[in-house]
Design a protein around this ligand. Sequence first.
Ligand code: COA
Length: 140
Amino acid sequence: MAIEYRHEITVEDYNALRRSVGWDPIEPAQAKEGLRNSAYLICALDGDNIVGHARAISDGGYVVLISDVIVHPDYQKNGIAKTMIQELMAFFTSRLKSGQAILFNLMAAKGRESFYKQLGFTERPNETVGAGMSQRYTKA
Ligand SMILES: CC(C)(COP(=O)(O)OP(=O)(O)OC[C@H]1O[C@@H](n2cnc3c(N)ncnc32)[C@H](O)[C@@H]1OP(=O)(O)O)[C@@H](O)C(=O)NCCC(=O)NCCS
């Protein structure tokens, strides 16, 4: 399987990929802004087909939030997500100066903790930190 990687995605492809794993699409104008303002974005292609995506939001300093890690079900278990996360992390760590640090955060989907542990992430909660938390608001 000859997978290629690039750094742009259309809103249509992004939402199609979300749907492929059972996630709700994001309202198109919001999706466009979110993709445009991401600090780093990578997607995987098989020919012209987008089969994977991951992106990161950053404060430009210490904090990075990894979001929307998705691989189309037909392409899972081929190491595509691992490659995308490694590329994403390398993008940020390669810019660090000596003595600087960076904190990668993500909300693991249920059952995906072991995947991220293999990539060096620490599961929460543990004896020192609490669980990650989130809140979703939808305007009526
Ligand atoms: C989670 C997800 C992104 C992983 O994508 P993926 O490309 O299948 O991930 P990888 O192939 O890099 O690794 C997944 C597993 O396949 C294994 N794997 C990798 N290459 C493999 C290969 N050639 N043969 C068999 N297994 C392989 C990995 O070891 C890993 O094992 P694990 O399940 O024990 O963690 C994908 O399942 C997905 O999109 N799920 C739905 C959306 C979702 O939950 N996203 C995560 C949000 S936090």
